[in-house]
Design a protein around this ligand. Structure first.
Ligand SMILES: [Zn+2]
Length: 192
Protein backbone atom coordinates (compact mmCIF):
# COMPACT_ATOMS: atom_id res chain seq x y z
CA UNK A 1 0.00 0.00 0.00
CA UNK A 2 1.29 3.43 -0.96
CA UNK A 3 0.28 5.02 2.34
CA UNK A 4 2.38 2.60 4.37
CA UNK A 5 5.35 3.06 2.03
CA UNK A 6 5.19 6.86 2.32
CA UNK A 7 4.90 6.64 6.11
CA UNK A 8 7.97 4.41 6.24
CA UNK A 9 9.83 6.97 4.12
CA UNK A 10 8.72 9.69 6.52
CA UNK A 11 10.02 7.80 9.57
CA UNK A 12 13.32 7.05 7.80
CA UNK A 13 13.77 10.66 6.72
CA UNK A 14 13.06 11.92 10.23
CA UNK A 15 15.45 9.36 11.68
CA UNK A 16 18.18 10.53 9.29
CA UNK A 17 17.45 14.12 10.30
CA UNK A 18 17.73 13.25 14.00
CA UNK A 19 21.01 11.38 13.51
CA UNK A 20 22.44 14.28 11.51
CA UNK A 21 21.28 16.69 14.23
CA UNK A 22 22.87 14.66 17.04
CA UNK A 23 26.11 14.45 15.11
CA UNK A 24 26.31 18.16 14.23
CA UNK A 25 25.03 19.62 17.51
CA UNK A 26 26.63 17.07 19.85
CA UNK A 27 23.48 17.30 21.95
CA UNK A 28 21.30 14.42 23.05
CA UNK A 29 17.78 14.33 21.69
CA UNK A 30 16.06 12.71 24.64
CA UNK A 31 12.53 11.35 24.59
CA UNK A 32 11.28 14.11 22.27
CA UNK A 33 13.65 12.91 19.56
CA UNK A 34 11.98 9.48 19.66
CA UNK A 35 8.49 11.00 19.67
CA UNK A 36 9.37 13.11 16.62
CA UNK A 37 9.82 9.91 14.62
CA UNK A 38 6.25 8.73 15.13
CA UNK A 39 3.75 9.96 12.53
CA UNK A 40 0.91 12.07 14.00
CA UNK A 41 2.66 12.18 17.38
CA UNK A 42 5.33 14.36 15.77
CA UNK A 43 2.63 16.86 14.82
CA UNK A 44 2.07 17.70 18.48
CA UNK A 45 5.45 17.10 20.16
CA UNK A 46 6.69 20.49 21.41
CA UNK A 47 10.17 21.62 20.45
CA UNK A 48 11.99 23.44 23.27
CA UNK A 49 13.75 26.46 21.75
CA UNK A 50 15.59 27.91 24.70
CA UNK A 51 17.70 26.69 27.56
CA UNK A 52 16.30 29.56 29.60
CA UNK A 53 14.09 32.54 28.92
CA UNK A 54 15.96 35.11 26.81
CA UNK A 55 16.50 38.41 28.59
CA UNK A 56 13.98 41.11 27.85
CA UNK A 57 15.90 44.05 26.38
CA UNK A 58 15.52 47.09 24.17
CA UNK A 59 16.07 45.13 20.98
CA UNK A 60 13.49 42.52 21.90
CA UNK A 61 10.95 45.27 22.65
CA UNK A 62 11.62 47.01 19.31
CA UNK A 63 11.44 43.65 17.54
CA UNK A 64 8.00 43.05 19.06
CA UNK A 65 6.98 46.59 18.12
CA UNK A 66 8.07 45.75 14.57
CA UNK A 67 5.78 42.71 14.56
CA UNK A 68 2.77 44.79 15.55
CA UNK A 69 3.64 47.72 13.24
CA UNK A 70 3.89 45.34 10.30
CA UNK A 71 0.65 43.52 11.24
CA UNK A 72 2.48 40.23 11.48
CA UNK A 73 0.08 38.62 13.93
CA UNK A 74 -2.92 39.17 11.65
CA UNK A 75 -1.04 37.99 8.56
CA UNK A 76 0.17 34.90 10.36
CA UNK A 77 -3.34 34.07 11.52
CA UNK A 78 -4.72 34.58 8.02
CA UNK A 79 -2.12 32.14 6.70
CA UNK A 80 -3.15 29.65 9.40
CA UNK A 81 -6.83 30.00 8.51
CA UNK A 82 -6.06 29.51 4.80
CA UNK A 83 -4.04 26.37 5.57
CA UNK A 84 -6.78 25.09 7.87
CA UNK A 85 -9.43 25.56 5.15
CA UNK A 86 -7.19 23.75 2.70
CA UNK A 87 -6.81 20.90 5.19
CA UNK A 88 -10.57 20.70 5.77
CA UNK A 89 -11.16 20.62 2.01
CA UNK A 90 -8.56 17.88 1.49
CA UNK A 91 -9.94 15.87 4.40
CA UNK A 92 -13.50 16.06 3.04
CA UNK A 93 -12.23 15.18 -0.44
CA UNK A 94 -10.38 12.10 0.81
CA UNK A 95 -13.36 10.90 2.83
CA UNK A 96 -16.15 11.66 0.37
CA UNK A 97 -14.65 11.43 -3.12
CA UNK A 98 -11.96 8.83 -2.50
CA UNK A 99 -13.99 6.82 -0.02
CA UNK A 100 -11.12 6.50 2.43
CA UNK A 101 -11.49 5.39 6.01
CA UNK A 102 -11.06 8.00 8.73
CA UNK A 103 -7.63 6.66 9.73
CA UNK A 104 -6.34 6.68 6.14
CA UNK A 105 -7.60 10.21 5.55
CA UNK A 106 -5.98 11.48 8.76
CA UNK A 107 -2.64 9.89 7.83
CA UNK A 108 -2.69 11.33 4.29
CA UNK A 109 -3.54 14.72 5.73
CA UNK A 110 -0.59 14.41 8.10
CA UNK A 111 1.73 13.65 5.17
CA UNK A 112 0.35 16.41 2.97
CA UNK A 113 0.84 18.91 5.80
CA UNK A 114 4.62 18.37 5.96
CA UNK A 115 5.60 20.55 2.95
CA UNK A 116 2.94 23.15 3.84
CA UNK A 117 4.28 23.35 7.37
CA UNK A 118 7.79 23.94 6.05
CA UNK A 119 6.56 26.76 3.80
CA UNK A 120 4.66 28.22 6.75
CA UNK A 121 7.85 28.14 8.83
CA UNK A 122 9.71 30.01 6.09
CA UNK A 123 6.95 32.61 6.06
CA UNK A 124 7.25 33.00 9.84
CA UNK A 125 11.02 33.29 9.48
CA UNK A 126 10.52 36.05 6.94
CA UNK A 127 8.43 37.94 9.50
CA UNK A 128 11.17 37.51 12.10
CA UNK A 129 13.76 38.97 9.70
CA UNK A 130 11.44 41.92 9.04
CA UNK A 131 10.97 42.55 12.78
CA UNK A 132 14.74 42.25 13.30
CA UNK A 133 15.37 44.74 10.52
CA UNK A 134 12.84 47.11 12.06
CA UNK A 135 14.63 46.95 15.42
CA UNK A 136 18.04 47.20 13.75
CA UNK A 137 17.05 50.40 11.93
CA UNK A 138 15.78 51.98 15.15
CA UNK A 139 18.60 50.93 17.45
CA UNK A 140 21.69 50.38 15.34
CA UNK A 141 24.25 47.67 14.89
CA UNK A 142 25.82 47.71 18.32
CA UNK A 143 22.57 47.06 20.17
CA UNK A 144 21.53 44.43 17.62
CA UNK A 145 24.81 42.61 17.99
CA UNK A 146 24.62 42.58 21.78
CA UNK A 147 21.02 41.32 21.60
CA UNK A 148 21.97 38.50 19.21
CA UNK A 149 24.77 37.44 21.58
CA UNK A 150 22.32 37.50 24.49
CA UNK A 151 19.91 35.36 22.55
CA UNK A 152 22.66 32.97 21.49
CA UNK A 153 23.45 32.23 25.13
CA UNK A 154 19.88 31.12 25.89
CA UNK A 155 19.09 29.34 22.63
CA UNK A 156 19.33 25.60 22.05
CA UNK A 157 21.46 25.25 18.92
CA UNK A 158 19.58 23.58 16.07
CA UNK A 159 20.88 23.23 12.53
CA UNK A 160 19.16 25.15 9.74
CA UNK A 161 17.66 22.04 8.17
CA UNK A 162 16.29 20.83 11.48
CA UNK A 163 14.96 24.29 12.31
CA UNK A 164 13.07 24.70 9.04
CA UNK A 165 11.29 21.40 9.60
CA UNK A 166 10.40 21.98 13.23
CA UNK A 167 10.63 25.64 14.19
CA UNK A 168 8.55 28.76 13.60
CA UNK A 169 11.55 30.83 14.65
CA UNK A 170 14.81 31.06 12.70
CA UNK A 171 17.91 30.29 14.76
CA UNK A 172 20.14 33.04 16.10
CA UNK A 173 22.78 31.93 13.60
CA UNK A 174 20.45 32.69 10.68
CA UNK A 175 19.06 35.90 12.16
CA UNK A 176 22.48 37.34 12.92
CA UNK A 177 23.68 36.39 9.45
CA UNK A 178 20.69 38.26 8.00
CA UNK A 179 21.03 41.52 9.90
CA UNK A 180 24.71 41.63 10.82
CA UNK A 181 26.23 39.64 7.95
CA UNK A 182 27.93 37.67 10.66
CA UNK A 183 26.89 34.34 12.05
CA UNK A 184 26.55 34.24 15.82
CA UNK A 185 26.01 30.67 16.86
CA UNK A 186 24.00 29.52 19.84
CA UNK A 187 26.25 28.41 22.66
CA UNK A 188 28.84 31.07 21.87
CA UNK A 189 29.42 33.25 24.91
CA UNK A 190 28.55 36.90 25.09
CA UNK A 191 32.12 37.79 26.02
CA UNK A 192 33.44 37.32 22.47
ZN1 LIG B 1 9.68 37.75 16.52
Amino acid sequence: MILVAVLVIEVMARLALEIRERRLSQLRGGVFAVLRLIPLVNDIVPLPENRREPTENEFVRKHEEGHSELRHGILRNLAKVALLLLAVWLFAFLLASRGMSLVEAVLWLHLAAIPFRTVFHLYCWHQEYEADRYAFEKLGKKVAKAAMRDLAVSEIPYTKLFAVIYREHPTVAIRSQKILNKEIKAGQGRAA
